[in-house]
Ligand binder design. Sequence first.
Ligand code: SF4
Length: 311
Amino acid sequence: MSDLGKDLREELESRFTLRSSGLSAELTDPDGTVKLLIELRDGQRIEAVLLSDGEGRGTACLSSQAGCPAGCVFCKTGSLGFSRNLSSGEIIEQFFYLNSRSAVSNIVIMGMGEPLLNLEELRRALGILFDPRGLGISPRRVTVSTSGIVEGIRDLADKGPPVRLALSLTSAREELRNRLMPIGRENPLPLLKEALLYYQKKTGRRVTLEAVLLGGLNTGKEEAAAMAAFASGLGLIVNLIPWNPVEGLVFEGRPLREPSPAELRNFTAELEGRGLKLSLRYRKGRAIAGACGQLGQIRRQPAPRTGCQGL
Ligand code: SF4
């Protein structure tokens, strides 16, 4: 910007940053999924994923925290522990990196971190993405996925923005859920259901339940019955996500495993028999550890941050 005076340039440089992070690695899956490893200003590393629809558009999966305090046992990010919340700028920068790879049509806040534990910064980021003077994206194209923070769901219902909400339920048997998702101990299922009903009533939006399916753990008949009971009265869709393998993750001393085709078939039939509407999704990006639950597996040398990176 040599057409600006030196003093003004110095002042701009001291007060503003165009991009605070650097790209450390980029992996592309044969199915078109792109995963970026991004190094933040303080050396923290996060990942962002673009799930391609094969027609030049894609869904951006953004991170909201570096690491995650929720500690879900089936998730690589959960095993890393929590480092810090991302700023609104750091959330938006992920969008820009991905949007430069392929036009982003939808956004899911399902990357690293529990978004409702960083709701203020997320709200600021989404406000900029939604603002016509910003990116002008419709809130209908954004889904926030939570491990089930009761207070956060109510806060989102009260103060917006009016995004789609997904709850990672995984098990509707409280005792098993609390072992798989320790954050459930502070957010018991009855309160969680009340919060979802409140969200639906207040926003008029349908909620999605997500269930990561773990072979031998949460695909039995009892599980299906509990899930149907939890879902009753909510009028929602259940998104089944067969666990995406992560090396080294164990549950109470036993390695986790994917559900077998028979487990998957039987569980699906049990849920459908109880009248639940199902979808089976998010298995893209497994070859690059970019699928659900796999983020946090790549590590690269820090990239030099040189301001504009031509992205
Ligand atoms: S599944 Fe989501 S909430 Fe749970 S540990 Fe992983 S990133 Fe955190």
